[in-house]
Design a binder for this molecule. Structure first.
Ligand code: RP5
Length: 170
């Protein structure tokens, strides 16, 4: 028997990790997206460079504690998503956090160019909301109730565009 559907869980099923608390203003959009779908999450500051052992211990234990997906954000030399992916079987979604210099291109390239065998699904620079929505889709693959909620969300998107179209045409 597999794990219970996410919609029945009160314990965190998505781990949101970031290299610094300074990443939270970007990363909180992932948490807000998960909240919209009532997906329980936990957030941690774990640095690939400043706390490497703590980061690896967390990643190694994540699946066993019931997490089903990880959203990892970092800026600059953004090694956290890839290092977490190396130490867990869970799907890892990487969020390039834009910093003061280089407009987040350094973060993007650090996260997206993973070696074969260790995937990180990288979203756009600052794209934490999409990271949250992608995690919901992943969980929806084994939770019909969550998949239906995602379907309603997508219908809502289409209706919003249609309303704007109508307003312009009027
Ligand atoms: C990265 O260094 C973090 O992910 C953050 O984006 C950046 C700067 O960290 P702080 O100096 O603000 O703690 O590892």
């Amino acid at each position: 028997m597999g794990p219970p559907p996410v919609t029945e869980s009160k314990a965190p099923v998505v781990g949101i990790v970031m290299g610094s608390d300074s990443d939270w203003p970007t990363m909180r959009a992932a948490a807000e997206a998960l909240d919209e779908f009532d997906v329980p999450w936990e957030a941690r500051v774990l640095s690939a460079h400043r706390t490497p052992r703590v980061m690896l211990d967390w990643a190694a234990a994540a699946a066993g504690r019931g997490l089903r997906a990880v959203i990892a954000g970092a800026g600059g030399a953004a090694h956290l998503p890839g290092m977490v992916a190396s130490a867990t079987v869970l799907p890892v979604i990487g969020v390039p956090v834009p910093l003061q210099h280089l407009d987040g291109m350094d973060s993007l390239l650090s996260i997206v160019q993973m070696p074969a065998g260790v995937p990180v699904a990288t979203v756009s620079i600052g794209g934490a909301r999409n990271a949250g929505l992608l995690a919901v889709r992943m969980l929806g693959a084994s939770d019909p109730s969550l998949a239906r909620a995602m379907e309603r969300f997508q219908t809502g998107l289409a209706e919003t565009v249609a309303a704007k179209d109508e307003a312009l045409a009027a």
